[in-house]
Design a protein around this ligand. Structure first.
Ligand code: GLU
Length: 354
């Protein structure tokens, strides 16, 4: 109807020989990396037994032709792997590829199809290193494309809706799963067999219904254009090595020492409760800290929140508290922090700001 109005207006003014659409569709690039959304099983009842990373990006897009009503969608195959096999090398390459794409004037938004296992790490990394206000949306699925009630097609449709929406600009990297919009920094995979796998301890930012985003929150944390990290200033194909030690009762000092021997520059202690450290492990962590290995206390509790100087005297020991970032997010931020500083106080500031 708008087009019709323009046409008659144009004819009336004698300026237009043909109709002009008032609103051009945005251009969205789907960057495919593999995962279950590109998975295939032997039969439609195989919802959990299948091979990830099989279906190529064009087939993924063509399976949901409705996305072309939302935006001009084209695909790029960046990787074709299960996300647990992603290393810092792939992470850096992907960030460079996404960074190149968002700089193009004919790209308005990015959708990254991704395995769900480490989607939260990739989303957080991009959130920290790609300087743009254009929407970057990660999406996956819990059931393979061949399964009965596959969740990938609607997730992809919603992700394209989000990536092409002006309302998603400047909100940080987003994860679109199961109708919900999450902030990259605090979303986490919480169950591995249900479609409502993703959650944040602080709640979703919003929801997408019938291809339209509805917003309810924003993250106050630094991201993208306001981040001090930038993929353009990282020249290496690797990041400083950061390892994670999972906390439990009956811990072994050797777990931490082995990481130091492997070259770790920081160790994330995924402690019990408030990032607690067993009394017989404290001397090992203090030894490592005095030898230049940063110690970051995170929590193995799914909705962990590590309070500085509670449980352990972080100021006295020179340790860092991971605040509300889970161990895998803490690994990403610490690795980036170490590209800038070796000062535990500076690293602590970063944990509060991102
Ligand atoms: N482990 C695989 C991956 O993360 C499949 C899981 C999924 O995508 O849901 O790529």
């Amino acid at each position: 109807m708008l087009t019709k109005t323009v046409k008659s207006l144009g004819l009336a003014m004698g300026l237009f020989a043909c109709s002009l659409p008032l609103y051009a569709k945005n251009n969205v690039v789907v960057v495919a990396t593999g995962g279950t959304i590109a998975g295939a099983g032997a039969s439609s009842t195989n919802s959990a037994t299948y091979t990830a990373a099989k279906v190529p990006v064009d087939a993924l897009i063509n399976a949901v032709p409705q996305v072309q009503d939302l935006a001009n969608v084209r695909g790029v195959q960046a990787l074709q792997i299960a996300s647990e096999s992603i290393t810092d090398k792939e992470l850096l390459n992907l960030a460079r590829q996404v960074n190149d794409l968002v700089k193009k004037s004919d790209v308005n938004g990015i959708v990254i199809t991704h395995g769900t296992d480490t989607m939260e790490e990739t989303a957080f990394f991009l959130n920290l290193v790609v300087h743009t206000d254009k929407p970057i949306v990660l999406v996956g699925s819990m059931r393979p494309s061949t399964a009965m009630s596959a969740d990938g097609p609607l997730n992809l449709y919603s992700a394209v809706a989000l990536a092409s929406s002006e309302s998603a600009k400047g909100k940080g990297v987003l994860v679109m799963m199961n109708d919900s919009i999450f902030a990259a920094r605090d979303v986490s995979k919480t169950i591995n067999i249900h479609t409502n796998a993703f959650a944040s301890q602080w709640g979703a930012l919003g929801t997408v219904v019938e291809g339209k985003p509805y917003w309810f929150r924003e993250t106050p944390k630094r991201h993208n254009s306001s981040s001090e990290f930038n993929i353009e200033s990282i020249k290496s194909d690797s990041l400083p090595l950061v390892g994670i030690v999972y906390g439990s009762d009956n811990m072994l000092p050797q777990s931490y020492l082995a990481l130091q021997q492997a070259g770790a520059k920081a160790i994330i202690h995924a402690g019990t409760g408030n990032g607690s450290v067993a009394n017989y492990i404290v001397p090992t962590l203090n030894k490592l800290q005095s030898e230049g290995v940063q110690i970051v206390r995170s929590s193995r509790v799914p909705q962990g929140f590590v309070l500085r100087n509670a449980e352990q005297p972080d100021d006295k020991y020179g340790w860092v508290a991971a605040h509300d970032l889970n161990p895998q997010k803490a690994r990403i931020l610490t690795a980036l922090a170490l590209t800038k500083t070796k000062d535990a106080k500076e690293i602590q500031r970063m944990f509060y700001e991102y």
